[in-house]
Design a protein around this ligand. Sequence first.
Ligand code: UD1
Ligand code: CA
Length: 460
Amino acid sequence: MRQLLVIVLAAGEGTRMASRLPKVLHKVAGRSMVGHVMATAGNAEAGRIAVVVGPEREDVAREARAAAPEGTGVDVFVQAERLGTAHAVLAARAALEAGADDVVVMYGDTPLVRPETIAALRAPLAQGAGVVVLGFRPEDPTGYGRLLTEGGALAAIREEKDASDEERKVALCNAGLMAFDGRIVLDLLERIDDANAKKEFYLTDAVAIARSLGRDAVVVEADAQEVAGVNTRAQLAQAEAILQQRLRAAAMAAGATLVAPETVFLSPDTKLGRDVVIEPNVVFGPKVIVEDDVTIRAFSHIEGARVGRGATVGPFARLRPGAVLGEGVHIGNFVEIKAAQLGAGTKVNHLSYIGDSTVGTNTNIGAGSITCNYDGFAKHRTTIGSDVFIGTNTLLVAPVTVGDGAYTATGGVITDDVPADALAVARARQVNKEGFASRLRARLSAGLSPKKEDTKGHPK
Ligand code: UD1
Ligand code: CA
């Protein structure tokens, strides 16, 4: 198998984003653009990935490293001055010198490229091509390099600013992705100069140079949507829409029903089982696994959670990171679950917060119950056994444990552990004062204040 080195150019600040954040850290489907590119490079079986970042861009370097698939080596290089795309690639000289059969250059702001496209771009290298360029036909070619052909073969790439009127009429443009024969790439790069309109070292000049050295240059055409680069927030939103469409189509093809797909937002790593039903307006953040036969009802927000087979969630539910729901669990409306494991058959149906907790099987948590897990400094755990009945509006003040089969009475504030099979009553006893109401009304309507004895022990 041919060894692949991918060089990701991520040195641009992206001033048109009007942002404090560097452009490549903006997110599409919950993942940074450079993260998408790293994942694609990894999935295209890059042996190593070299990332070129701007000066003092430790944030971009960190993100790129974190996003690379496990087992893929990542080297970060700094391009001290922004002198053009060829200059940027040369910042990764050490990676180029280490050698690879194929070298592919990707841009950090082009997040929708698929691994299949990288494979297609590399294919001509195995047939002896020196350089391969990813071409596309944009609706409006303004600003792109034009692919100039001679008798069907790629002769050169002309940048917009250097092109003649005739050359500007060419519809086939450079998407930016290029693949090189690893044995000649350094030689090509070193021959590139900055004698052009922008006084930049253009990577695209490698095409004409390869031709002059007797090597073939080849165009592989790609879909315009896939290679769209992001320069503005509007283009970021377009990229989001395209990626969401892809993710929804894949989810449906794999056996999930999306009742209103255009309203469901997925992450690239969302895993939906078979016969999962997703109602309208559901958002999946990163790291969600939904097993078979689950129904996620409308307006739910789920991230970092695992939903067991046959469970139902929502409407209006929130599952936060660390929520692990067993088989057949029911989570109802206005319920939030965080860092909590709920055993099979357990139900939390209304208006509850369960955090930092372990709950057994077939337990019922009554409406409005809350685990009080935070004291302002640390989080504390609540442990609830199996077959427990937590009464409506119970406050569980962690750390606290409720044993198997126990009951807590409605409205309790549970501060002490409850033994298995016990009933915990933790609320003030009710007092009825016969005739109080009419006596009080009589005094108040006569302009008097309530009698001391009638209000004793009650707040005024
Ligand atoms: C480049 C191509 C053009 C192509 C277009 C596709 C060149 C000379 N031109 O033009 O043919 O149609 O992309 O979008 O390659 N970068 C660096 N350091 C630099 C310069 C650029 O890291 O010194 C990075 C940028 O962050 C960006 C990418 O390289 O990710 C492309 O640079 P940009 O200046 O946007 O090139 P274009 O003029 O758009
Ligand atoms: Ca650009």
